[in-house]
Write a protein that binds this ligand. Structure first.
Ligand SMILES: [Zn+2]
Length: 114
């Protein structure tokens, strides 16, 4: 399950932060999830609920910010966003586009208590 390994990586980052900053528990985690990242938000939430048990993040809330794909038309340089395929330029109808954003899952911020 793809999402479970993503959550495992997330916890590695949080563990490192915990060691560095010395907090005892995490109360909220905010992630930015591109619609083209291949991550299914429901699966990610489910994986998080399973993984967080008996950890310092057991009471943490997961906040997912779903972001659209952002792309630039290679023909006319128009920059657009979209939530669904296919991506094409609304100005010149070209499908020759460069994806700029919306393909990643990133940790935005988290709240912790000492
Ligand atoms: Zn265009």
């Amino acid at each position: 399950m793809h999402e479970l390994s993503l959550i495992a990586s997330l916890f590695e980052i949080l563990e490192a932060q915990k060691a560095e900053k010395g907090f005892t528990k995490i109360t909220a985690i905010k992630l930015r999830c591109g619609v083209f990242s291949g991550v299914v938000p429901e699966c990610l939430e489910a994986a998080f609920e399973v993984y967080k048990k008996d950890t310092f993040a057991s009471e943490a809330k997961l906040i997912l910010e779903v972001v659209p794909v952002k792309f630039r038309c290679r023909r006319c340089q128009q920059i657009e966003t979209a939530y669904d395929l296919p991506f094409f330029c609304p100005v010149c109808q070209s499908k020759d586009v460069e994806i700029l954003d919306g393909t990643e899952l990133t940790l935005v911020s988290f709240e912790a208590e000492i």
